[in-house]
Design a protein around this ligand. Sequence first.
Ligand code: NI
Length: 445
Amino acid sequence: MNGNFKNIEIKSPNLAVDSNNSMIDTLLISSQDSTVNLGNKSYFKNINLLGNADKTKMFLNGNSENLTIDSKDNNIYINGKIKNLDIKANSVDSVIKINQNGIVQFLNAEVLVALKGSGIINKFHAEKRDYLQSDVKINEVFIVEDENAKNEVETLIKDLPKDLALDNKSNVDNARVAFDNLTIEQKALVRNDVLNSLENAEANIVELEIQEAKIIEVKRRAIEARQNAQNQQSTDVKKPTINQGGTKLVAFTFDDGPNSNVTNRIIDAFSNVGGHGTFFVLGNNVAKERNTITRIYENGHQIGNHSYNHKDLTTLNKADLDWQINTTNSEIQSIIGATPTIVRPTYGKVNNFVVNNVNYPLINWNIDTLDWKYRDSQSIFNIVMNNIHANSIVLFHDIYPTTASAIEILLPRLSEMGYQFVTIEQLAAYNGINLRSHNIYYSMN
Ligand code: NI
């Protein structure tokens, strides 16, 4: 046939279309065993082989636009130029032969077909890598294979938080495995910023694991040192004092710290005379004073709870009170691996609500050095010397250098006078007092 045709549809089997000089807009083939022969000077815009168009034989010589194949067992011979060749899912067992002068500009394959001949495919777009078996020269390949997987990887990696907790390690590992499983082409398509965030996340994880290992080691050493210090204390306390006719024990207590500059001087002063004190720390100091907390504990001193941020406990509701006490205890626990068992109320202020709702013994004092007020080591020294007696609980604050200076002169002097410095728990134990929650202690007399 010759001429221009808008639409031709072949519905009956075994028909042949033979055209040599035709322009065809759309040729639909929906029956099997058809033969289509388009000669050199023919041009078509669309040829569609629909589901039933099995075993079609097609010879295409001219330059044309869209050929869509969606039926099986076809033999297509391409001798001219075709812009788009779409091989749909039903096109199994088809053979497409692209001869020497044949060019397919863009081939999209949803299934595997045999591509034979010595022609050229410019761009090959395949759903899967397997579909790429071909004798034909292919200039550019794009494999869709698991497009979802690629997207999933991008999402996985992108969603990784910037600073990861250790329990996100499995997410990072999954993202890495998914990325490693991508094809080379897909890897190239994963965006650089996305890949960078995976690499950062992996670096963070390694850093966190190192830190975690360090914390565990510090805790282990702290517990060991604590044990040694306690063993030492039990011999300290039983040791008779010099010429004083009996053991005079006092508990020095330090609030509002720790503060590395001051607290470390106090720890050193205790080490020099062989005694121990009690440090009532604030929860919000703990993280930044990690090393000082560890050192207090390792040296055998007692650590108590002085609320999280020094709120007046008598003004709080139950939830806020619990939060102040519990958060502080868990901050401390996270560093030394042990939980404080005593609480010092802020400002020494207590009421029935505080007594009833704090589930730890409340430890106040009977000697106030007023170190926070005068910030004067001589004044602190005088107050202590004028008031000290056995079983006292003395209040200091390990946040003032003047307090450390006072301690540095007080401890050797009192030690010479036969005093021994013990923790709150030791002072109670020595006096046979069983510290109980919902009770307030001012001294151990
Ligand atoms: Ni305080």
